[in-house]
Design a protein around this ligand. Structure first.
Ligand SMILES: Cc1cc2nc3c(=O)[nH]c(=O)nc-3n(C[C@H](O)[C@H](O)[C@H](O)COP(=O)(O)O)c2cc1C
Length: 355
């Protein structure tokens, strides 16, 4: 019997509208964040450690490959709490230059039968100045942090580059890697920046500003050919990796889907996996790849790793399955690796493509 029943907590949380539930969970996270004794107990309950899962990437130790996807801790308020829930790393943001409140509510919906979410949050966040102060405290923190950045809604497309420049100048001293987000469906025109000219200009400019590894996060709603072209341009211009994928705007996936926002979770799994597979086949031995989209168990995580992912992320499954998820995935993943004769996870990265 487990000490902690997420089913009971979920019953309460799922009675609230999704955004209130997120706020309620945030309250719990903030208590955890502030209280070292509770964190110690939580860590004991929810963390699984095994050297087979640990890797040094970007010069940093990742104790396990499961990260919390961007958008959960947009304002960098829960970093220590997230660590105690068994994650190997986290990604804060998306952070914009100026604070913004995001799109009108309601903007977050559950597709319960399909274990999926649909969100149109629109980068609600406290803005880079406030978040920079918060995250500065984690300077030598032994828990890898990705910093996910995006342009403000009011910034016109032809000024988008200057938003990313300002974000990189102010934020890239923090965290262990930076993710450039031009793939959210919830900022009008943002995905139009996923074009060859902008990506080349963006990464060329970014490399002049910072030595930090910079990754591109791509959408699942493009052809594999377009995705590969975009990734190659980012990498050729100095990018250090790819995060695939963001949410999908394929509203045909569910009869209950709204016609706005992005779908995540189980409904996204096939699309995200397909794009990732193509990206993995092409780049697994050339750069660092993070797979995200519909991952909810160890076998799925392991498939993504064998497709080329050094790291994976989860978001929606964490909402549906609760805080034992990382521990469960990591425990089974270690068993799967051992059963296949590996002594470290890094040996399995891209195994599908190795001869
Ligand atoms: C409520 C919500 C908010 C999100 N906000 C962001 C965000 O600010 N930036 C970003 O890059 N991705 C954001 N995402 C996308 C996730 O990071 C992830 O790419 C996507 O949900 C697919 O993973 P999943 O199926 O495990 O949820 C958000 C997702 C959800 C559900």
């Amino acid at each position: 019997m487990s000490l902690f029943s997420y089913d009971t907590i979920k019953k309460v949380l799922f009675k609230c509208d999704p955004e209130s539930a997120h706020a309620l969970a945030g309250f719990g996270f903030s208590i955890l964040e502030k209280c070292p004794i509770i964190r110690k107990i939580t860590s004991k309950c929810f963390t699984y450690e095994d050297a087979i899962l640990s890797q040094e990437l970007f010069g940093t130790l990742f104790k396990n490959p499961i990260g919390l996807g961007a958008g959960f801790d947009k304002n960098a308020q829960y970093i220590k709490a997230i660590q105690t829930l068994g994650f190997g790393y986290t990604e804060i943001g998306t952070i914009t230059p100026k604070p913004q409140s995001g799109n009108a509510k309601p903007r977050l919906f559950r597709l319960i039968k399909e274990r999926s979410l649909q969100n149109a949050m629109g980068f609600n966040n406290d803005g880079m100045d406030v978040i920079a102060k918060r995250v500065a405290k984690y300077d030598n923190f032994a828990f890898p942090i990705g910093v996910n950045i995006g342009k403000n809604k009011v910034t016109p497309e032809d000024k988008a580059l200057s938003d990313y420049e300002i974000l990189l100048k102010n934020l890239s001293t923090f965290g262990h890697y930076v993710v450039i987000n031009i793939s959210s469906p919830n900022t009008p025109g943002l995905r139009d920046l996923q074009n060859e000219a902008f990506v080349t200009q963006l990464f060329t400019t970014a490399k002049k500003i910072t030595q930090k590894p910079i990754l591109l996060k791509i959408a699942p709603d493009m052809s594999e050919e377009d995705a590969l072209t975009l990734c190659k341009l980012a990498l050729d211009a100095g990018g250090s990796g790819i995060v695939a994928t963001n949410t999908t705007i394929d509203y045909t996936l569910s009869d209950e889907a709204k016609d706005f926002g992005g779908i995540s979770g189980k409904l996204l799994k096939e699309k995200s996996r397909a794009i990732f597979k193509a990206v993995g086949k092409e780049f697994y031995d050339k750069t660092l790849l993070i797979s995200v989209g519909g991952i909810d168990n160890a076998k799925e995580a392991y498939e993504r790793i064998k497709d080329g992912a050094s790291l994976v992320q989860i978001y929606t499954a964490f909402i549906f399955k609760g805080p034992y998820l990382c521990k469960n995935i990591n425990t089974e993943l270690a068993e799967l690796l051992k059963a296949d004769g590996y002594t470290n996870i890094s040996q399995a990265v891209g195994a599908h493509w190795k001869k």
